[in-house]
Design a protein around this ligand. Structure first.
Ligand code: URA
Length: 245
């Protein structure tokens, strides 16, 4: 792997801004392969060199990946003039400036949103070419158990200007007023679930994303909370879109 400056290594690993980590180096608290280094411009190999702060190993991470449970009422964007955005929950994160949300959930949609600074992965997860599954829990109007939704597993659904990719609806419960379903789609088109359900005469009353590819929303994650993805989850996610782990 390409060598990088020691201050960059420490900063990318989450220890602070370049200015902050330079202080740590000057305080002689940073060692590379057992030797204290006081030059921030020293180059290290992130794959081979062993970097320590005091007595603790510092693992290098080029990119950062978070599972976020989006609450209703927040726009999926970096900035917005009129509404609060999902990024407000990341304001204290050391990588805030580089982070962005992957794909888009509507302001009133809740649930799993991936937040990362890995542009390539983010792009691929949202791109229809890679057909990454997105699963939603939805409450829809009316009794859906009389509607035949099986055919959409093969054909998708035709609209005036476009056709969806095949999608899968599972009915969890139904009554005359409303039904609970899960719906799995393979694209990220704007309002895709709401459009499909509207056309099937069962408009969406409530929508929550519960899965993206291999990533299932943690039940323990309250709305507005996030956690880092594990190495295993990142590996699986990259594999889905043909990227090297
Ligand atoms: N489909 C929708 O209609 N809304 C969302 O937020 C996500 C998928």
């Amino acid at each position: 792997m390409k060598k990088i400056r020691l201050d960059r290594y420490l900063s990318e690993s989450g220890l602070g801004t370049r200015k902050e980590v330079k202080k740590l180096i000057k305080q002689k608290r940073v060692a590379v392969n057992g030797k204290i280094i006081n030059d921030p411009s020293k180059h290290v190999d992130p794959e081979k060199d062993k970097v320590f702060l005091d007595d603790l190993p510092v693992e290098h991470k080029k990119h950062h990946y978070y599972m976020f449970n989006k609450p209703s009422g927040y726009i999926t964007a970096k900035e917005d003039k009129n509404y609060p955005t999902v990024m407000e929950f990341f304001e204290d994160n050391p990588f805030y400036n580089k982070l962005f949300p992957v794909g888009r959930l509507d302001i009133d949609t809740e649930g799993l949103l991936l937040i990362t600074d890995d542009g390539q992965l983010g792009h691929r997860i949202s791109h229809p070419k890679w057909e990454v599954e997105k699963e939603y829990y939805a409450v829809v109007k009316g009794n859906i158990s009389d509607t035949n939704t099986d055919k959409y597993k093969k054909e998708g659904l035709k609209f005036k200007n476009f056709k969806t990719k095949p999608f899968n609806i599972k009915v969890l419960s139904s009554s005359t007023e409303k039904s609970e379903i899960t719906i799995t789609v393979k694209e990220g088109k704007y309002h895709i679930v709401k459009k499909i359900m509207e056309k099937l005469d069962h408009p969406v009353l409530y929508l929550k994303r519960i899965r993206v590819g291999n990533l299932k929303l943690d039940k323990s994650l309250e709305a507005g909370e996030y956690r880092e993805l594990t190495e295993k989850e990142i590996k699986q996610l990259k594999k889905l879109v043909n990227l090297k782990a």
